[in-house]
Design a protein around this ligand. Structure first.
Ligand code: 1HN
Length: 350
């Protein structure tokens, strides 16, 4: 054979690549080590947003564009490592949404799944297929995929929440669909709280086939702060904190016992004052909101000082430790369920 073993190997390979390129052909051996890495590689970087900073710009936007005009008046929290991608992690999107008193954000539905975590205000609502979830601070509200949803704020105060969606996941699968309802609001179908009274008690309806509506895939869409906080406080009275996550509870879909939605997992954590977690790294990438307390997070060697309503991003495989000064309460959502379904989830505990 000519070529291999001769001094001109490099030159001949280069000519081979040039001849291949017009036919969209490339040598694996030049890229293999970057494709199949010994450990996860991510372009996402650890980052933190201060609530007051984002709120400032959001209120300015509130003076300039209405919720109706914008369809959704949201400021995107974009990961600095994912410029231009409207993503906070490679699989998740996050933004802060403002609905001013008297405003309506018009009804639509899409194949992306969404959650809202209320940051400020009370008395505004999201209506899911015509049933209102009336919001209070730190409530979790879901919009499972393809459910009609509109928002309204009949309260006298601005309402701000964090939106978390699986936009980059759905984009990676090229499975985006969306449509608008002809009218701005979906007609009321059930009084507020109906679904929570029915499904929020570890019970689900048993019905003869054909006699009632089928149980929706994700029936629950409102997880009030008062309830999840009470459960977390009870857990803290009963158990010692887990060394890696503190006291942690996952929100679950009562129909399956699994994650709240097919592409997004959500949880809350309580780290008692003075508690410090051991390092943990995992393939999930996560977004956290500081609900209350102060402390520090060390994410991939970077230290972040925590205060109420900060938003943080923990990218895949970055060793992370949390330290609580006062009792530290966190809300978090991640792509963990996707990784578990695909048999890719791994964690490494320090
Ligand atoms: C959406 O439907 C909402 O319903 C918020 O409030 C943010 C970002 C991208 C696509 C759809 C909402 C969104 C969104």
């Amino acid at each position: 054979m000519t070529g291999f073993r001769t001094n001109d190997q490099q030159g001949q390979l280069r000519r081979l690549y040039e001849d291949m390129r017009p036919q969209h052909l490339y040598p694996l051996w030049e890229v293999l080590s970057g494709l199949v890495t010994p450990e996860p590689v991510t372009r996402a970087v650890p980052a933190q947003w201060r609530y007051a900073d984002v709120r400032h710009h959001l209120m300015r936007a509130g003076d300039l564009i209405s919720a109706e005009q914008a369809e959704r008046r949201v400021i995107i929290l974009e990961n600095p490592g994912l410029a231009g991608e409207s993503a906070i992690t490679p699989r998740l999107y996050a933004g802060l949404q403002l609905v001013l008193p008297g405003e309506v954000a018009p009804c639509h539905r899409h194949s992306q799944s969404a959650l809202r975590f209320v940051m400020e205000g009370a008395g505004a609502f999201t209506a899911i297929d015509g049933e209102k979830a009336v919001m209070s601070r730190y409530d979790l509200i879901l919009t499972p995929n393809w459910r009609w949803h509109d928002h309204g704020n009949p309260s006298p105060d601005p309402m701000i929440w964090l939106d978390g969606l699986d936009i980059p996941t759905v984009r990676a699968l090229d499975a985006q669909f969306a449509e608008k309802l002809a009218s701005a609001q979906y007609a009321e179908t059930l009084p507020p709280g109906t679904t929570r009274r029915l499904y929020g008690r570890s019970l689900r309806p048993l019905r003869s086939p054909g006699t009632g509506d089928a149980v929706p895939r994700e029936p629950m869409f409102h997880y009030p702060y008062a309830e999840w906080r009470d459960a977390l406080d009870a857990m803290a009275r009963i158990e010692k904190p887990d060394p890696h996550v503190g006291h942690a509870l996952e929100f679950r879909n009562p129909a399956t016992g699994g994650s709240v939605m097919p592409t997004i997992s959500a949880q809350v954590r309580l780290l008692p004052a003075g508690f410090e977690t051991c390092a943990r790294q995992s393939t999930e990438s996560a977004v956290f909101v500081v609900v209350s307390g102060t402390g520090e997070a060390e994410i991939g060697g970077e230290t972040f000082v925590l205060s109420e309503r900060d938003v943080l991003v923990v990218p895949t495989w970055k060793p992370t430790r949390w330290r609580a000064d006062g009792d530290l309460v966190l809300f978090g959502f991640s792509d963990r369920v996707v990784q578990e379904k695909l048999c890719l989830y791994r964690e490494c505990l320090g």
